[in-house]
Design a protein around this ligand. Structure first.
Ligand code: F6R
Length: 359
């Protein structure tokens, strides 16, 4: 039931602070120690490499997961699009461990990969929102997102739940391996800060609607740019805009623009910069300047400690690794208002189905 909400998507965006709290309650004890099946932890530790597999938004959550696992566990981690992996499997390490990310647990492309993985006898975990879904049943282990049903076709709370759960799992794994960086990563406190930060962003809906009016209503294309983890979020931000507002959006590595794509920037092209990582902030800012010099109309989404008075949207500070949980929220809302004010069916965009059960 969407209650007083005009569309499920808005309700689901608003639910994200509670989804964060629920994951912390479910998977962390009062002292902040992860409570994850020890057999799963040991199975992952026995591997020499993690392979994250997913489609669409779940693939994008995997791109953040790679950073979390590599930072907190030192385990090399690859991320793959399931429809590609299924028919062009890369050379695998000697002891791979597979992590399937899937909101629905039914995506055919991901099921195809899992059936290959099972045939080869490799261990696997499914992270899903749907208990007893096919991918959950067919993997060796399951972790549930507990995000509540996601009805809108555009995935929102499943993305942030997947990232939060990856963070908890990476912490559990790294801590069990005795790594100081994992021990010091206070995921419980951080998820509390994330929940509050998300609440502050969703409370700024008027501002986001205004920014959508100023930047996105009169265009059929836009760019999200960033570096590193911000580039990964820019892919998800662009996907939201494409699928529900039909704006042709590209998520792009900001340093790569000048190697060709900057030719597309003309007077009025919207370019949105995501800036949450200290080491690349000034670089992304100069890349934004390069687009301004070609006429782009730019917007910035910046974490507080890196922000200045000219920035359009300022995000509360949390651990850098968890900034995607905040930077994606304005992008979800920008897509929402653009779709809404174009009079589109936000929850049921054309040509799309909630769960894609064909390859
Ligand atoms: C986009 C979206 C899709 C799904 C993709 C995978 O908003 O929802 O890209 O993420 O179809 O679905 P799941 O996660 O159910 O495997």
């Amino acid at each position: 039931d969407k209650g007083t909400y005009p569309f499920y998507m808005l309700k689901e965006v608003d639910e994200q602070p509670n989804v964060m709290r629920k994951l912390a309650q479910t998977y962390l004890d009062a002292a902040g120690k992860p409570e994850i099946d020890d057999k799963l932890i040991k199975a992952m530790q026995a591997a020499d490499r993690l392979y994250i597999v997913g489609a669409g938004t779940s693939y994008h959550a995997g791109l953040i997961g790679k950073r979390l696992f590599e930072k907190l566990t030192n385990m090399p981690t690859e991320v793959h699009v399931s429809s590609e992996f299924a028919y062009e499997q890369p050379l695998l390490s000697a002891k791979p461990f597979f992590i399937f990310l899937t909101q629905s647990g039914e995506t055919a492309d991901s099921r195809e990969v899992l059936s290959n993985v099972n045939e080869a006898g490799y261990p696997s975990l499914t992270i899903t929102n749907v208990e007893n879904s096919t991918l959950s049943r067919e993997a060796n282990y399951t972790l549930l997102l507990h995000a509540g049903p996601e009805i809108a076709v555009a995935s929102t709370k499943a993305y942030t739940a997947q990232i939060a759960l990856e963070a908890i799992l990476a912490k559990a794994l790294g801590e069990d391996m005795g790594l100081a960086i994992a021990k010091d990563f206070d995921v419980r406190t951080q998820l509390g800060l994330v929940a509050n930060g998300m609440q502050a962003i969703v409370d700024e809906k008027d501002k986001l609607e205004e920014l959508s009016n100023d930047f996105l209503m009169d265009t059929n294309r836009a760019f999200y740019i960033g570096r590193g983890i911000d580039q990964a979020v820019s892919l998800e931000a662009a996907l939201k805009l494409k699928e529900i507002s039909y704006v042709q959006a590209e998520g792009f590595a900001s340093g790569e623009l000048k190697h060709g794509t900057i030719a597309l920037i003309e007077k009025g092209t919207p370019v949105i910069g995501i800036i949450t990582q200290a080491k690349t902030a000034s670089l992304t800012r100069s890349n934004l300047q390069e687009t301004i010099a070609r006429g782009a109309k730019t917007m910035t989404i910046v974490r507080e400690s890196l922000a200045n008075d000219d920035d359009d949207l300022v995000l509360p500070d949390v651990d850098e690794l968890l900034m995607p949980l905040l930077s994606v929220v304005p992008a979800q809302l920008l897509a929402y208002y653009t779709s809404l004010n174009k009079g589109l069916d936000v929850d049921k965009p054309r040509n799309l189905a909630k769960s894609v059960t064909v390859e």
